[in-house]
Design a binder for this molecule. Structure first.
Ligand code: PEP
Ligand code: MN
Length: 259
């Protein structure tokens, strides 16, 4: 039985299939608000938005920091959507507890054991992304750190691993939804956006994720992908996101709920 993690009165992860959507980065109040309204209308129930960004180059946009978290929280409250954002530092746990409903650990920090231990003391559920070079077993063991240090509410997120393939940004290891279950009953969601690296692949990977039995999706959406400050190439427009959601709902209605 998959562990159920309550996010708000209305939303539980590990129960019905859920969709988290929003921009890679919070860029402004206006941008976040426009995107939140659109994704909510299409059926997303949790809003994502990075404020502390782990960018490859220090010259790239690093996020709005605490201002970004405040914008995300404000928009989430206005739209009645719980919010999720990525934490980079173990010293920021109290701040994230204050501003977000789910704390995201990114792929680059999956094996940052001092961060994982500190998140054992967090009050909010943790979404733990799989490291791009981590085995399923290492990923689940990383979740054990958070649990052992006091926080049982962990959601796993597959986001692709690095392989020799260069057609995609990463290779989505869809089978990990099943193989992780050899070790854990934590809910597992899939982030097709970071695996794909380009928006055209997101629909197919999303439907495959639902088909294989993932508990949900996290999808990047931007109102103007060409101008996005990060990950524009893989971001869906609100219209494309809506099209994906229609197909997800159609497929979901055909599937047996107790798979
Ligand atoms: C993100 O979700 O914006 C992100 C940086 O993801 P990942 O850690 O999977 O690269
Ligand atoms: Mn991103």
């Amino acid at each position: 039985m998959t562990k159920k993690i309550k996010i708000s009165k209305a939303i539980t992860i590990g129960d019905n299939f859920i969709v988290i959507a929003g921009p890679c980065s919070v860029e402004s109040y206006e941008q976040t608000s426009i995107i939140a309204k659109k994704v909510k209308k299409s059926g997303a129930t949790i809003l994502r938005g990075g404020a502390f960004k782990p960018r490859t180059s220090p010259d790239d946009f690093q996020g709005l920091g605490i201002e970004g978290l405040k914008i995300l929280r404000d928009v989430g409250m206005e739209e009645n959507m719980p919010v999720i954002s990525e934490i980079l530092s173990e010293y920021d746990v109290a701040m994230f507890d204050q501003y977000v409903d789910i704390i995201q650990v990114g792929a680059r920090n999956m094996q940052n054991y001092s961060l994982l231990k500190a998140l054992g003391k967090a009050k909010k559920p943790i979404l733990l992304k799989r490291g791009m070079g981590a085995t399923v077993n290492e990923w689940v063991k990383a979740s054990d750190y958070i649990i052992k240090y006091g926080n049982p509410n962990v959601i796993l997120c597959e986001r692709g691993i690095r392989t020799f393939e260069t057609e995609t940004r990463y290779t989505l290891d869809i089978s990990s939804v099943l193989t992780a279950k050899r070790y854990t009953n934590l809910p597992i969601i899939i982030d097709p956006s970071h695996a794909a690296g380009s928006y055209e692949l997101v629909e197919g990977l999303s439907l495959a994720s639902l088909g294989i039995g993932a508990n949900g999706l996290m999808i990047e959406v931007h109102n103007n992908p060409k101008e996005a400050l990060s990950d524009g190439k893989q971001s869906l427009t609100p219209k494309r996101f809506n099209d994906v959601m229609i197909k997800i709902n159609k497929l979901n209605s055909c599937l047996d709920k107790d798979r």
